[in-house]
Design a protein around this ligand. Structure first.
Ligand SMILES: [Zn+2]
Length: 77
């Protein structure tokens, strides 16, 4: 099981549980960015009031890693 840790989320605007990306999620991000992706990316797993999971991405060191916020798709092939 991935270890979750509490990090600040730019979308939730608070400190929320984050989990490291799965191999599949890393592949997806790699295709989006067109670059190899380091293993220091985390996704916000906070459940929002509408029942969806935030899935906003950040790196461990930087909350505002992306100039615009980026989130994982709800369903990955
Ligand atoms: Zn969030």
């Amino acid at each position: 099981m991935p270890t979750s840790r509490r990090l600040t989320c730019q979308t939730c605007r608070s400190e929320e549980p984050h989990e490291p990306l799965t191999a599949k999620e890393r592949d997806w991000l790699q295709r989006q960015l067109g670059n190899p992706v380091a293993d220091n990316y985390y996704k916000c797993v906070n459940e929002r009031p509408d029942g969806t999971v935030c899935l906003n991405l950040r790196t461990h060191g930087h909350e505002k890693h992306f100039r615009l916020t980026k989130r994982l798709p709800d369903e990955l092939e």
